[in-house]
Design a binder for this molecule. Structure first.
Ligand code: FAD
Length: 426
């Protein structure tokens, strides 16, 4: 069987690319044969579990220059593509399929139904309408380009196929990575991103469930700030195993490679009063202790920190529960300012963030033309989604990469098919 377009992987990027290619070819009045090969029995499996079952489809950030700031890897390469096909176009695409998206206060966008199967049903129905063939339980085992006939041979666990263009949309599959290496592509080794930190520290014990704004810096196991410096801010959540929340997830994404090198053994430095420095807090504590001299430290906190956390800070700094501000010694004040702005916590491992998890690494971006996601190494080969060395922090940005690169790859394959009509070649 010979297809015009064969797509490896029935995930978000594969489906989006197949639909856009078919819609474009349909609009030109051209007949086409498009297939998606999927190794699993189920399609769009990650979409189903995404966003805690709600599918965080994209983010309400329409400015490409700001949008790319959420991508630790791939940000420069995505600037042009986001101008062509960004969240606006994705929202419009889903609207046309009858899916209405809503925006939450932090900018994340979900279907109004709060159900990921709304997205799945819309994609599957549109692919059906367009006659896209979806072949499940067919794992691609080998890809060979035949230059004499300008087409691909595709070996699968089910049966062999041929295709004029191939899109690799196989996510972070290591097996597909090896196939691409055999074709001469450089693969950036995969490492996890978007995880939480294991920390066993008496200062955090009993505080699980507490969430507060922090700024965070990553330090190596000797306590030296990471190079390049990984510094994030946002809410931090204390969990029974350590810390989670946006500030931590961002640090895990921006520091993904360093953290892997360090085998997840390092320190984080927490500033519980973001925007303040040790010096500014030391001075402010001195003034506060004179002004509030007769009042108890426990019941008259210096900051708006959650009460349980404040109590933990002052006991860590060596202040007694009933101590008044007048009795704050210089050593205690320095210890308290340090705890509040530069508290160091030893990280002893990582856990997966169940709401979202991605792999950093993949096809080296230097070998991909981002105008159409085509390979610079092999003809008629295209890429989309997580198989590229692109990944983002949480918030719908990872799917946005899948949609955008899927769309551009689709246009690239269509353009190639238009330039090489079958009659002219056969
Ligand atoms: C639990 C979880 C929740 C998430 N939630 C969100 C979210 O809410 N918002 C967000 O933006 N991102 C989220 N992500 C990230 C997002 O799911 C991915 O970035 C996105 O799915 C990548 O799409 P993709 O099409 O590139 O790859 P995938 O979705 O991984 O699809 C690749 C497909 O290729 C198939 N495949 C692999 N190898 C072969 C082969 N050899 N032959 C045939 N088929 C093959 C796989 O079986 C798979 O179906 C989440 C991730 C996880 C794990």
């Amino acid at each position: 069987m010979r297809w015009d377009i064969a797509i490896v992987g029935a995930g978000a990027s594969g489906y989006y690319a197949a639909i856009h290619a078919a819609q474009t070819l349909e609009s030109y009045g051209m007949s086409y044969r498009i297939a998606i090969l999927e190794r699993a029995a189920e399609v769009l499996a990650k979409v189903r579990i995404s966003g805690g079952g709600r599918c965080n489809v994209t983010h309400d950030q329409r400015d490409p220059k700001i949008l790319i700031e959420h991508y630790p890897r791939g940000n420069k390469a995505l600037l042009g593509p986001f101008h062509h096909h960004g969240p606006d176009q994705v929202i419009e695409f889903f609207n046309e399929l009858g899916v209405v998206l809503k925006t939450e206060s932090d900018g994340r966008m979900f279907p109004v139904t709060d159900r990921s199967d709304t997205i799945i049903n819309a994609l599957v129905a549109e692919a059906d309408r367009l006659g896209i063939q979806v072949v499940t339980k067919s794992s691609v085992q080998a890809l060979t380009y035949d230059p004499s006939q300008s087409f691909w041979h595709i070996e699968t666990t089910a049966q062999p196929y041929q295709a004029r263009t191939v899109l690799v949309a196989a996510g972070s599959s290591p097996q597909m990575g090896r196939l691409l290496e055999d074709l001469g592509h450089k693969m950036v080794p995969p490492v996890p991103s978007l995880f939480t930190f294991h920390i066993q520290d008496a200062r955090l014990q009993g505080l699980m469930g507490l969430s507060t704004e922090v700024s965070l810096r990553l330090l190596d196991s000797q306590g030296t700030p990471s190079k390049p410096l990984v510094a994030t801010s946002g809410p931090l959540l204390i969990t029974h195993w350590g810390v989670s929340g946006p500030a931590v997830l961002k640090a895990s994404a921006w520091g993904a490679r360093l953290l892997s090198e360090w085998k997840y053994q390092c320190f984080i430095e927490l500033n519980w009063l973001p925007g303040s420095t040790f010096d500014s807090i030391d001075r402010a504590l001195e003034e506060f202790s004179l002004k509030e001299a007769k009042k108890s430290m426990n019941f008259n906190p210096f900051s708006t920190l959650p009460k349980r956390l404040w109590e933990r800070m002052i006991t860590t700094a060596g202040c007694g529960g009933e101590q008044t501000w007048a009795h704050l010694t210089k050593e205690q004040r320095i210890a308290l300012a340090t705890e509040l702005t530069q508290g160091r916590y030893r990280v002893t491992g990582k856990s997966t963030f169940k709401e979202e998890f991605v792999t950093a690494g993949g096809v080296d971006l230097g070998e991909v033309r981002f105008k159409d996601l085509s390979s610079k190494r092999v003809p008629q080969l295209f890429f989309a989604g997580e198989c590229l060395d692109v990944d983002a922090v949480t918030g719908g940005f990872n799917f946005q990469n899948a949609w955008t690169t899927g769309y551009l790859a689709a246009q690239g394959m269509v353009a190639w098919l238009m330039e090489h009509p079958v009659e002219a070649r056969d």
